[in-house]
Design a protein around this ligand. Structure first.
Ligand SMILES: [Zn+2]
Length: 98
């Protein structure tokens, strides 16, 4: 499957973004529009699709980043959380914390 080079994520400034909930709609649109047709189909069918592997400062390893389709917040960027590798919507997580 085609994968977006991690330079794209870096170019969008995501590598320095600690909280994924800060990604604005314009940036999400850029990411969505860079998907291949196959990725877009997978996103529509499954509700999530792998876009890239990325590693933030302080992380021991790279993690897979997915676009998910949150019923409440629309398309969001997420990576697996916890023991069960659940993909959580960062905006839902943020609103639960606050
Ligand atoms: Zn959400």
């Amino acid at each position: 499957m085609d994968r977006i080079d991690s330079k794209l994520l870096a170019g969008l400034g995501l590598m320095s973004v600690i909280s994924l909930s800060q990604i604005n709609a314009e940036t999400m649109l850029k990411i969505i529009s860079s998907l291949s047709l196959l990725q877009f189909i997978v996103l529509r069918l499954r509700g999530s699709v792998l876009i890239d592997w990325a590693r933030f400062d302080g992380w021991k390893k790279s993690l897979p980043f997915y676009i998910i389709n949150c019923p409440q917040h629309g398309y969001q960027l997420s990576y697996p959380h916890g023991y069960h590798d659940i993909l959580l919507c960062p905006r839902c997580v943020e609103s639960n914390v606050n």
